[in-house]
Design a protein around this ligand. Structure first.
Ligand code: G1P
Length: 286
């Protein structure tokens, strides 16, 4: 069964980046010159995803505008002969019908945000991408995971080892290593303190989930932080079906965190010949 749809929860308030995110959605913050959400959308499309479902909220219309044509701007750029700029603004617009928007009407948690997309996803396995987790890799991480899904036909979550002191920032796995970058998940717990964490193997924001997850999310059970957590629904799903952890190939930047966001900007800027020549000596001089 092909993974055709990806859900993008983008309703979060972005409080960690205030005041920058007062009027601008956090997903629109740029890494170099491209909004975070565009990296995530490109990863999905490059992985063969055909339909992108944004779960949005108030003050997020900039995301819709970003992925739409802006005839006035395009005309102006055209008249001024700014061909590169014109290409930059038009190539982000996918074929009509590729993007679908639905709203999360209350901030009840990540599990609830994903549940809001249930009617659009329907009865098929689907992907979830959290744009905060920006992953620089040769093969898009979602494509790596889709290839694994096609072998196992079970839910798969992206995982990586984090500092043991940081377990309370992540969903954490109890798992059994199977080799070949895969682990069989034995248990899952959302944001445990280090003394309660079964390991330091953490969930990173890429999931492939079977549609049974919606029935479990339907129970609307509240977990860590009083929120409906996707990690808790997956923990329940483990009683019925296997879930695998996948150690992806790539470097992950935590762009939900100020330091991680700056690191992403530096790393991506250093890959750009037009910027590197001035940025590198500057960094070395600091
Ligand atoms: C969410 C998930 C968590 C996961 C993390 C990855 O947490 O709830 O399980 O480890 O994303 O970035 P959040 O960062 O939204 O608090």
């Amino acid at each position: 069964m092909k993974i055709r749809k990806a859900v993008f929860p983008v309703a979060g308030l972005g409080t960690r980046f205030l005041p920058a995110t007062k009027a601008v959605p956090k997903e629109m913050l740029p890494v170099v010159d491209k909004p975070l959400i565009q990296y995530a959308v490109e990863e999905a499309l490059d992985s063969g995803i055909e339909q992108i479902i944004f779960v949005t909220g108030k003050r997020k219309t900039a995301i819709e505008d970003h992925f739409d044509n802006d005839v006035e701007l395009e005309d102006t750029l055209n008249k001024k002969g700014k061909k590169d700029c014109l290409l930059d603004v038009t190539r982000v617009v996918p074929d009509p019908g590729t993007l679908i928007y639905t709203r999360q009407n209350q901030p009840l948690g990540l599990g609830h945000a994903i549940w809001c997309a249930r009617h659009v996803v329907g009865d098929e396995p689907f992907a979830v991408i959290l744009a905060d987790d920006l992953i620089k890799s040769n093969t898009p991480v979602l494509a790596q995971m889709i290839a694994k899904f096609e072998e196992n036909m079970s839910s798969i979550i992206a995982v990586m080892e984090v500092a043991p002191a940081d377990t309370d920032k992540y969903g954490i796995l109890d798992s059994e290593d199977m080799g070949n970058r895969l682990s069989r998940v034995l248990g899952l717990i959302e944001k445990p303190t280090p003394d309660k964490a079964p390991s330091n193997l953490a969930i990173i924001g890429r999931y492939i989930l079977t549609p049974e997850i919606f029935r479990l999310l339907d129970m609307k059970k509240k977990g860590a932080g009083g929120e409906i957590q996707i990690t808790d629904a997956m923990a329940m799903m483990l009683k019925e079906q296997s879930i695998y952890g996948y150690r992806f190939e790539g470097h992950r930047f935590d762009c939900g965190d100020k330091a991680g966001f700056q690191m992403a900007n530096i790393a991506y800027a250093l890959e750009r010949p037009d910027i590197k020549s001035r940025l590198k000596p500057f960094l070395e001089g600091l």
